[in-house]
Design a protein around this ligand. Structure first.
Ligand SMILES: [Zn+2]
Length: 160
């Protein structure tokens, strides 16, 4: 599998209701060229910054693979590959306002877990396991949802 949909692919923001946002996303395996992963991730970081985002998932730029990027300092890594999370034992859900770059000018109240355990691979190929909370956990849940074809409109509780 190539990480890019076609040799002529040039990443740009995908907006709802584009079907790409609901399509299945493939895991990225270790043998896939690091160069193509890095080049996609760098494009994603550029697009995220240009649009003032805090996170951006690969399907949001037309690539159906399991990777997202986040703002600097939100997580130990900015490039998150094959993410997975579970709520930790004493975690509870809280209401938070959220936006999404694929839905311009829409803010919704959604429920998120406050503390989660995450597992992902960084760009160097190493697997990371850790507990995170608060805003970092919120972004991690939002972006991982994208990689499962889920969008924040699927579980919002009210429009802000
Ligand atoms: Zn989003």
């Amino acid at each position: 599998m190539s990480i890019f949909p076609s040799p002529f692919y040039s990443p740009s923001l995908v907006y709802y209701p584009d079907k790409i946002l609901r399509a299945a996303n493939e895991s990225i395996n270790k043998t896939q060229a690091r160069r193509s992963i890095n080049s996609l991730a760098n494009e994603m970081l550029r697009i995220m910054r240009e649009n003032d985002g805090v996170g951006l998932a690969a399907p949001q730029v037309g690539a159906n693979v399991k990777m997202f990027v986040t703002k600097y300092n939100l997580l130990p890594h900015q490039i998150i590959i094959n993410p997975f999370w579970l709520p930790v034992k004493n975690s509870s859900k809280y209401t938070v306002e959220e936006g999404c770059l694929s839905f311009p000018n829409l803010t919704l109240k959604v429920l998120r877990f406050d503390k989660i355990h995450v597992r992902y691979r960084s760009e160097c190929g190493k697997t990371w396991d850790m507990d995170i909370g608060g805003y970092s956990a919120q972004v991690f849940q939002h972006e991982t949802d994208h990689l499962d074809g889920r969008l924040f409109i699927d579980h919002y509780i009210s429009i802000v």
